[in-house]
Design a protein around this ligand. Structure first.
Ligand code: ACO
Length: 324
């Protein structure tokens, strides 16, 4: 039997920022952050830990697990909204970092849902040629996009990368079902308004950058409704029930969102993999980091059904079922 996932990996920056440290930066408390979000610490990238470097670190781990080298990668997809450069893509920078010269590489921008969008793309390529080896990475350094004076957002996000190397699986394995959605109408509830920096201020010869802004309570409601709907639809597409799923990996944005999902779906909480306390919301990296941890902890056995679901800026959201 040929496996779909050949290897997984993750890479976190060295610096860990605690809630206690945040108390000294903004008007917040460990108690507020812990009870409202479930987050205790997050990793923050420093010099030499740019998005592409973290992405390459995660990919190296996945290659090591697969017993393959960078030259074996045919396609390199990086889901990110926080590359260190606007151009070229983070994927091309990651390709250079890895030495994956045989691959073609590009980015996928779907915010926190990016990894699931990239997984869906990989599946489409594999239907054309099952022999391809596709590296899917979610990598973010949102610490560089956060206003560290805005307590509404700065306590939530963390940096990191996760990677998953996939190839054509035996029939009945691999990506069994996938439902993706987007709706741009409410884009301004969660965005990074680079439009303000789009028209240069010629009189003063400068551009004005901007930070992530979020209407948290509204995003929360949409996230719960959208993700539980996507889970129900992907289960229906696969002809499956929630009880058939061995492990759920939700996007790690807020423990209360995850708990609402658990309640709505009526699934035992032990079936949900949660690591938000350590990493915060790492956007597109959150699912692959959790996947790598769950895999290394032996939470997935051959034949198990894995369900991942995500929600993020756009809005974008979706759910995928993989037979391990
Ligand atoms: N510390 C202390 N108090 C705070 C903080 C803080 N860090 N942040 C906000 N507060 C205050 C608010 O000012 C407010 O005070 P008030 O009642 O006096 O007005 C109070 O806490 C409650 O604020 P809410 O915004 O209502 O708090 P809520 O319970 O909704 O939690 C949170 C906020 C954590 C942001 C939550 O709404 C959330 O998780 N939203 C969804 C995030 C998400 O899923 N994002 C999607 C993916 S991200 C991506 O795509 C990149």
């Amino acid at each position: 039997m040929t496996s779909f996932v050949l290897g997984t990996g993750s890479c976190l920056p060295r610096r860990v920022l605690t809630n206690r440290e945040l108390e000294a930066m903004v008007d917040t408390s460990d108690e507020w952050i812990s009870t409202r979000t479930g987050i205790k610490t997050r990793h923050i990238a420093g010099p030499g830990e740019e998005t592409s470097k973290l992405a390459a670190g995660a990919a190296r781990e996945a290659l090591r697990m697969a017993g393959l080298g960078p030259g074996d990668i045919d396609i390199l997809l990086v889901a990110t909204v926080s590359s260190e450069m606007g151009m070229p893509s983070c994927a091309c920078l990651t390709q250079k970092e890895l030495g994956a010269e045989a691959a073609f590489a590009y980015d996928v921008n779907a915010a926190c849902s990016g990894f699931l969008y990239a997984l869906d793309l990989a599946d489409a390529y594999l239907r054309r040629d099952p022999a391809l080896k596709i590296m899917i990475i979610g990598a973010e350094t949102l610490s560089s996009r956060v206003n560290w004076r805005d307590r509404d957002t700065c306590v939530l996000f963390g940096d990191g990368a996760g990677a998953c190397l996939v190839s054509g699986a035996s029939p009945g394995s691999g990506l069994l079902a996938s439902r993706l959605f987007s709706d741009g109408r409410l884009f301004d509830l969660l965005c990074m308004d680079s439009a303000r920096g789009f028209n240069p201020d010629l009189a003063n010869a400068r551009n004005t950058g901007s930070y992530i802004t979020m209407t948290g309570r509204e995003v929360f409601k949409h996230a719960v409704r959208a993700m539980s709907g996507a889970v129900e639809q992907v289960l229906a597409q696969g002809g499956l029930k929630a009880s058939d799923i061995a492990l759920f990996i939700p996007h790690q944005a807020n423990i209360r969102i995850v708990n609402s999902l658990i309640e709505r779906l009526g699934v035992p909480s032990e079936k949900f993999y949660v690591n938000i306390a350590k990493y915060g919301n790492t956007s597109a990296a959150s699912i692959p980091i959790a996947l790598d941890e769950a895999h290394r902890e032996g939470r997935l056995r051959p034949g198990d059904l894995l369900l991942c679901c995500a929600f993020g800026s756009g809005f974008t959201w979706g759910a995928s079922i993989v037979r391990w």
